[in-house]
Design a protein around this ligand. Sequence first.
Ligand SMILES: Cc1cc2nc3c(=O)[nH]c(=O)nc-3n(C[C@H](O)[C@H](O)[C@H](O)COP(=O)(O)O)c2cc1C
Length: 319
Amino acid sequence: MLDRRIAVAPMMKYTDRFYRYFIRLIAPHAVLYTEMVVASALSYQDPQRWLAFHPSEHPVALQLGGCDPALLAKGAKLGEDFGYDEVNLNVGCPSERVASGRFGACLMQEPELVAACVHAMQSAVTIPITVKCRIGIDEYDAYTYLHGFIERVSHAGCKVFIIHARKAWLSGLNPKENRTIPPLQYEVVRQIKRDFPQLTIILNGGIITVAQVAAHLLDVDGVMMGRAAYSNPYLLAEIERQLFATNGIRSREEVVQLFLPYAQEQLDKKIKLGRLTRPILGLFHGQLGALRWRRYLSEHAHYAEAGIEVIQQALSLVG
Ligand SMILES: Cc1cc2nc3c(=O)[nH]c(=O)nc-3n(C[C@H](O)[C@H](O)[C@H](O)COP(=O)(O)O)c2cc1C
């Protein structure tokens, strides 16, 4: 299993640098993805705001959204200069706002454009450019279509594909529905791996247990987890312990103790406590005291004067 990859999915408004710092305390090897950063935003806003991350986050990938090869190449170069280990192009996000900007999942209809974007990005950097996509969108949902898409984009220089194993309906379903209603079709992703053995294929969608991860890793090169890694972050520790025999996995309490000085540093930089406690709410998921932990943090972290003693107090209520 050691050559297999575990990744935490890009999630807008969730996988910010605070969450990623916290996850790294739990899972030493998981590849972490930023929220999607719109490539054009990097041209007219301070990139530091979007791209800054903590050195402990490595390996960490920057996810970009966009469809302009030149802007994406510029964004990828900035990402490389900031020290990211990978730049990922979002070809899977189905939100309307994104479709109107002609990026995200709607790009699956335009393999030539995606190929041009990947080529421009890969020519600008030495780190890998990867693509996150769906198995199809709307009427473009035949296996042969996906096969042709992967073939075209891989020829443009992408060697790693993260495939969310469900199609997206761009009209008719909202983004949330598009993450639940179209059925998961893992076999499609497995078939892509069989047809492109030279590519690295990461499977995404609906994975919530260690056993599921273990089963998928027999067929593909890695798995990416989104919602479960947020609601139950310690699952990643169990995956490392059980499947990768990682030594030195920290207990939940040790994770909290190590998070405290980081939280204090962030508070000193005027970050609000609520932004720091939100990612840690699920740490005790399934444990005795999980509700007390979550409730205490939720009720106390938003006060203007709230400091790390709120986290310490919540910890004392667990167990
Ligand atoms: C709140 C939320 C925000 C998301 N934002 C992004 C995003 O910015 N870029 C992206 O490629 N996918 C995004 N996704 C999709 C996830 O990366 C992932 O593909 C999806 O949740 C399926 O994986 P899961 O079943 O393990 O959660 C988002 C998902 C959620 C729940």
